[in-house]
Design a protein around this ligand. Structure first.
Ligand SMILES: C[S@@+](CC[C@H](N)C(=O)[O-])C[C@H]1O[C@@H](n2cnc3c(N)ncnc32)[C@H](O)[C@@H]1O
Length: 347
């Protein structure tokens, strides 16, 4: 079987490495479907793969920055942005006054000062673009560049010092962090050139919370935040900075200055991120999609357990399979409990 080439994702919980295995399980069970709904879309890799497989695709995520990424990568047939337009985003324009929310409020937190200034300029140049296709592509370049420049590709800690004082270790790559924005913009623009493809029809991209998403499809893929028993960190905390960039004019009034990492409170929700309501949230979501094929990705060490989830799916589906996709314990993890990725399929 020829492998489908996939873009690299720098996203926590991305199923890029598992997607072929996941799809193989559908084929083994012989389940048939022509449309997919990716309720917790994230990097968009499930929707991207569905598109390559000729399905009608609906992508959804609670965060606008993820939806913008999805628009750029899967929401069209070609990259709307040229290399010159991409590089031009990094230049201040004569006669334009720029705000400096990132430089003023994120000094010493995520990026060095010179990069904070570039981010402020790039976002505001993007805001001035009238062509939506170009604007989404431009945000994709900025978002991917910000992710790749961060140790662990995350924003839940004030830890610029990990980058500036780096003397070795296996949590990142100093050479990559220090690449210029122009080099990265060129690279990610080429990535869009390569990976924007035609599908049977243009995917629909939705920006709702899972329980408010009214869409449906033959197969519904549910890959929610994995709720850790100890020390759960929310997706909002991990990525608030990127959500702030795509809502730039609101940043200043939405920063929680009491938090070291200056969390920007936009689109924060406790849905699927709260121990006391997570089982109810799953039950409500499964009820909403009870007439579709249901596919859930989850790990064995979280809340709820795989068995509890399987029982919830059994309330709505006659055939339920719990499938182990293998051990995903991180090399660096201090936790000795085996971390196994599961697929629960109800049909
Ligand atoms: C495990 S990740 C999904 C990863 C994705 N399947 C991939 O391969 O990249 C969970 C996603 O759910 C989104 N999310 C968190 N809470 C949500 C909610 N209540 N409704 C919809 N999306 C939510 C997060 O933004 C995150 O992108």
């Amino acid at each position: 079987m020829s492998r489908i080439k996939l873009p690299v994702t720098r996203y926590y919980g991305s199923k890029r490495k598992l997607i072929t295995q996941i799809w193989d399980e559908f084929e083994k069970l012989g389940i048939e479907f022509t449309s997919t709904l990716d309720v917790f879309g994230g990097s968009g890799i499930f929707s991207y793969f569905s598109k390559t497989k000729g399905k009608s695709v609906i992508y959804n995520d609670i965060f606008k920055f993820n939806c913008i990424n999805a628009h750029a990568l899967i929401g069209n047939c070609f990259n709307h942005l040229s290399k010159d337009e991409a590089l031009d985003l990094l230049e201040p324009k004569a006669g334009r006054t720029y705000k400096s929310f990132v430089a003023e409020h994120y000094k010493g937190i995520y990026f060095p000062e010179i990069e904070n200034n570039i981010i402020d300029i790039a976002v505001q140049n993007i805001q001035h673009m009238n062509d939506l296709g170009k604007r989404n592509a431009a945000f994709y370049l900025l978002i991917q560049s910000c992710l790749i420049k961060r140790p662990y590709n995350l924003f839940h800690r004030k830890n610029l010092n990990l980058r500036t004082n780096f003397t070795g270790g296996n949590f990142g790559n100093k050479t990559t962090w220090e690449r210029s924005f122009s080099e990265l913009f060129e690279r990610f623009n080429k990535e869009l050139d390569e990976f924007c493809i035609k599908g049977v029809q243009l995917p629909i991209i939705l920006n709702s919370s899972a329980l408010e998403c009214k869409a449906s499809a033959d197969l519904v893929y549910i890959d929610p935040p994995y709720f850790r028993k100890n020390g759960h960190v929310s997706y909002h905390s991990r990525y608030h900075f990127l959500e702030g960039l795509v809502n730039y004019d609101e940043i200043e009034v939405k920063i929680n200055f009491n938090k070291n990492h200056h969390e920007i409170i936009i689109n924060k929700s406790s849905e699927f991120e709260n121990k006391d309501r997570i089982i109810n949230d799953f039950d409500n979501l499964l009820k909403m999609h009870s007439s579709s094929i249901i596919v859930i990705s989850y790990r064995n060490t979280g809340i709820p357990s795989i068995e509890e989830l399987g029982n919830l799916v059994r309330k709505y589906k006659n055939n339920v399979r719990l499938i182990s996709l293998g051990d995903y314990t991180y090399a660096l993890s201090h936790n000795k409990v085996q971390n196994v990725e599961f697929l629960i399929i109800g049909y």
